[in-house]
Design a protein around this ligand. Sequence first.
Ligand code: SF4
Ligand code: SF4
Length: 276
Amino acid sequence: MASTTKRAIIAKAKILGASLVNFAPADRWDEYGEVQTEYRPKALWNMAETVIVIGVPMLLPVLESTPSINYQEMYNATNSLLDQIGFRLSVWLNERGYPSIFMPRDGYGNLEILLNKYQGCFSHVFAAKYAGQGTIAYSHNLITREYGPRVRLVSVFTNLKLAGDPVIEEEICTKCDVCRRLCPSQSFTTRPDSIIADMDVDSCTRYHQELRSESRWPCGICCKVCPVGDDRKLYESTNIGLYLKEREALDKDPDDPRYKSWVHQRQHGSSGNRIY
Ligand code: SF4
Ligand code: SF4
């Protein structure tokens, strides 16, 4: 296909609100063979030739306030934007004669369902890997050079054959251990043979149930504390030690001025007395 069509899709997706737009040929799922057959694009929709993966960022200073209603609202805003972009880009492509659909982000009804079956019907994380948007991190999140793991995803399947972006072969995650140390549910166990940790998904989900009952979910700490991402430079937020000391410091002094803004946000709009 003409590269101008790819450029036109990127331009349209950006007008709709996308920050990252990358392309994966549907055949890549078969080439890599990592994803079960029934979770691959062609199994979900037999017309799929290309998957367009769209990413939108989470704004680091808002995420830093987690667990808070402010982070919950921003998370909801990214979800709503992703669904809008996925739907509207699909319709735009259909109107130009290219049959297209989108796989909504996070397809689950509630957290109780995740306790019984955590897997979504389609992995946007693997889609983003195959589209060259980033790599899969220790924490199971997609990790990107631009935003670290602070990126949310949606995928558009199209019948249009488009050249794929090169897959990133070098790991972006440095396996620095910060997300494991600070995970409130201690859900990660390091594997010597893999960059990706073993994850106790139920433990993470049960912590989310607590947070949801307080109207301050999701958790997002593994995204907050990751040192990777150009967004850190933009926000001048490169002091990872601040996260590592947060609990100890707030146990000693809940009014510690270094954390005052985050604690303030945690104490408004949610129930419970949690300050971290
Ligand atoms: S915090 Fe460290 S180990 Fe965790 S995802 Fe980021 S770079 Fe990888
Ligand atoms: S979302 Fe929170 S509880 Fe779940 S794995 Fe990440 S840091 Fe741990």
